[in-house]
Design a protein around this ligand. Structure first.
Ligand code: ADP
Ligand code: MG
Length: 452
């Protein structure tokens, strides 16, 4: 996680829009943040009473906001001022300072997380092939497995594998220039470069991306519907390929399933060596938890590890979040991690899932409430009688299913852009504060959906 203070400032700017102004002043403003662990943000409320309120009112929203702005794995917990352990108060400040000063020393070319190595990557049936190919790339970059395309659902180790390749090559071939970026960074830098009036930035952008020995771009699914960026990726791709340089891409789906992608880029991705990572089985999950527990380090029994691994099945990042929270609670209560602590740690995770409901059901409830046809609601009609219910449905889906990516919500609503989803969310979020009819509708539909 970046500097927690700057993460919080970014979150506040989103929350200010999403929460009505009274709520923002009363509940959100008094909060402060601390770094609990590397990947866990502690939101501290002044009193135990306000903590309870904040959890009840805003926990899913806080989590979603953090997830939206932070691409590193990060979990969030709410605690009250009197629960902040002493060791954290001391640890917080120097670490924030070193983060800032450390920035400039690091070579700008590689933002690699040193913890994501092959040594720390647990191999199971779900990822054996992907790991073997990634190792091959790390040992012989630019040769047989070039480019490499890794895909799989969120939280299954794609980013970890990319960093592992980078870390390995940095050790064994220190002269190689390595560049790892998220596709967001690539898109933003590209846009900034074409806006530059004299083309200077444009040249330095090209130099940056075309003069490396290893280029890794994460989450390339986000370049769909971005033709100019895709064009730039295409030319970068050709330049690096003909120079024999290694490329690695990751995506949440295979090339053929990325919608609205420049056909040249799709065909380049499709002709890569394509590997997937899948959800780990129970044994692998336990092994991963064991590795993480050793890292902390924390003494945790097999029963407790099993308890967590059995309950968090399809996202390793979430599973780590639960373990981290258990570690935190065990320090807070000054006792070993036991089943009761695991249960408490799992509580947030289960709250936010709302397993029993899904987007479809929320849409059905919305249609019933407003008496509109489902085809219209998820279709293209633009009259107010349809648009408002549609935005309300989007808002509720996003609130009750915070793990559902905005892009998937957009897809669900007839292939709309994730920005449309964000717009709907912000719009209804602010209307709720001022418009009693909207507020009632949202509450009633939520109640209908949750009652099932
Ligand atoms: P993705 O990029 O696929 O969304 P990440 O690479 O960010 O997922 O992984 C999420 C978290 O799970 C990271 O903290 C990562 O270290 C951990 N993780 C994933 N797969 C493994 C594995 N096989 N062994 C150990 N840790 C793993
Ligand atoms: Mg990732």
């Amino acid at each position: 996680m970046k500097n927690v203070e700057s993460v919080w400032q970014e979150m506040l700017s989103v929350l200010e829009v999403e929460v009505n102004s009274l709520g923002f002043d009363v509940w959100i403003k008094p909060l402060r943040v601390i770094r609990v662990e590397d990947n866990i943000l502690g939101v501290v409320s002044p009193t135990p009473g306000s903590k309870t309120e904040v959890i009840a009112k805003y926990l899913p929203l806080l989590k979603r906001t953090l997830r939206d702005i932070e691409d590193a794995p990060a979990a969030l917990i709410v605690i009250s001022e009197d629960e902040v352990p002493e060791y954290l108060e001391q640890a917080d400040k120097p670490s924030a300072a070193s983060e800032l000063s450390g920035e400039d020393d690091k070579p700008k070319t590689a933002m690699l997380n040193p913890k994501y190595t092959f040594a720390k990557f647990v191999v199971g049936g779900c990822n054996r092939y992907a790991q073997a190919i990634a190792r091959e790339v790390a040992e012989h970059p630019g040769e047989a497995c070039n480019p490499l395309f890794i895909y799989g659902d969120v939280g299954l180790g794609k980013t970890h594998l990319m960093h592992a390749i980078g870390n390995e090559i940095r050790m064994s071939m220190p002269n190689m220039k390595i560049l790892y970026v998220s596709s967001d960074t690539f898109i933003n830098e590209f846009i900034a470069s074409i806006r530059s009036p004299n083309g200077v930035n444009n040249q330095s952008f090209r130099d940056k991306y075309r003069k490396v020995d290893l280029l890794m771009i994460d989450d390339v699914q986000f370049i769909s519907k971005k033709p100019a960026t895709a064009d730039e990726i295409f030319h970068t791709f050709e330049a690096l390929k003909s120079a024999g340089k290694q490329m690695v891409f990751a995506s949440d789906r295979p090339p053929k399933d990325i919608p609205d992608l420049d056909s040249r880029v799709r065909s380049r991705f499709a002709s890569s060596v394509i590997v997937d990572v899948q959800a780990p089985d129970l044994e692998t999950r336990v092994a991963i938890l064991q590795t993480k527990a050793q890292d902390v380090p924390i003494n945790i029994g097999m029963n407790e590890l099993m308890y967590i691994a059995e309950r968090v099945t399809d996202n390793i990042r979430e599973m780590e979040g639960v373990l981290t929270k258990a570690v935190f609670l065990s320090r807070l209560y000054e006792r070993k991690v036991d089943i009761a602590i695991c249960q408490e740690a799992l509580r947030d995770y289960q709250v936010q899932e709302h397993d029993e409901i899904n987007a479809d059901e929320i849409v059905n409830c919305t249609c019933r409430y407003f008496n509109v046809k489902k085809d219209d609601l998820i279709g293209k009609k633009k009259n107010k009688e349809i648009v408002e219910p549609r935005q309300i449905a989007i808002y509720i889906i996003n609130e009750l299913l915070p793990n559902l990516p905005l892009a998937s919500i957009g897809e669900f609503f007839g292939g709309r852009e994730h920005t449309t989803v964000m717009h709907a969310r912000a719009k209804i979020g602010s209307l709720i504060a001022t418009d009693a009819k909207i507020r009632t509708a949202v509450n009633d539909i939520k109640a209908m959906a949750l009652r099932k």
